[in-house]
Design a protein around this ligand. Structure first.
Ligand SMILES: CC(=O)[C@@H](O)[C@H](O)COP(=O)(O)O
Length: 261
């Protein structure tokens, strides 16, 4: 079972709560996804004023583990203050730490991210940092005390899927004991399965479900893809190779034999 900061989590899918056509669709999609963790943007929702309380009520009704996030923060100070507000609102030390460094790509400011992670961990937070696939950045985050690292697949909302599988595989190999979560940029259930087939512990997504023609059906499809990808990883995928190999090497011998391998 997935363990994050010592807590058992039943599902390897984490889902966001933004951009749905209505609150009812959001709730139905989250339920259909089978997600174990819900992420919510504290800054955006508290800025919403009157809508805030009813939004939190909808979120609480879902009965899932909440991972508040610092989406929209652009500085260390903003991110730290937002995390402190989240801890008060939700009574959790968990925080998905986002510090945006560029408005076009929403690429994380990884320098500010490491600094903010360090401050928050010293203050007792359990940090889920949203980062790029850079090995050195991941190392700094782990050194600061992050037990979870969340590299992007592609820019938030881009739906491109995994753009750089090589560096993501490198992270998996370097950090076998750290929970790795692909966060952002997934557009199709096959992208989520791909992340799981790379050995990632979980995926986090939002836009591809919220913006689908039928968000509820798409949420279900993502849930199934995550489960399938994880099963494939556990089953042991055959490594790809550059040469052909006949599936039935010896006529009349349909089953594998050591001598034919
Ligand atoms: C919801 C969240 O926390 C973000 O990191 C992000 O929105 C997820 O990315 P996608 O919307 O691309 O799935």
């Amino acid at each position: 079972m997935l363990k994050l900061y010592g807590e058992d989590i039943a599902s390897r899918l984490m889902i966001g709560t933004a951009l749905y056509p209505s609150p009812a669709v959001m709730q139905a999609a989250v339920r259909a996804s089978g997600a174990g963790i819900l992420t919510v943007s504290v800054r955006r929702e508290t800025a919403g004023g009157a809508t805030g309380d009813s939004f939190w009520a909808l979120i609480r009704e879902l009965g899932l583990k909440i991972l508040p996030n610092t989406a929209g923060c652009r500085t260390v100070r903003e991110a730290v203050t937002t995390a402190q507000l989240a801890r008060e609102l939700f009574g959790t030390p968990w925080i998905k730490l986002e510090v945006v460094g560029d408005d076009d790509t929403l690429q994380p400011d990884v320098v500010a991210l490491v600094e903010a992670a360090d401050i928050l961990i010293r203050d007792g937070f359990q940090v889920f940092p949203y980062c790029t696939e850079d090995l050195t950045v991941a190392t700094r985050l782990v050194d600061a005390g992050c037990q979870v690292v969340m590299p992007w697949a592609a820019p938030i909302g881009s739906a491109k899927g995994i753009v750089n599988p090589g560096p993501l595989t490198l992270l998996r190999n370097r950090f076998p004991d750290i929970a790795l979560v692909v966060d952002a940029g997934l557009g199709a259930p096959s992208h989520a399965a791909h992340a799981m087939e790379l050995g990632y512990d979980a995926v986090l997504l939002n836009t591809a479900v919220a913006k689908a023609g039928d968000p509820v059906a798409m949420a279900r499809a993502f849930g199934q893809a995550v489960a399938a990808g994880r099963t494939a990883w556990e089953a042991g995928l055959m490594p790809p190779r550059d040469f052909a190999s006949p599936s039935t090497p010896v006529p009349g011998t349909p089953f594998w034999h050591a001598a034919n391998s």
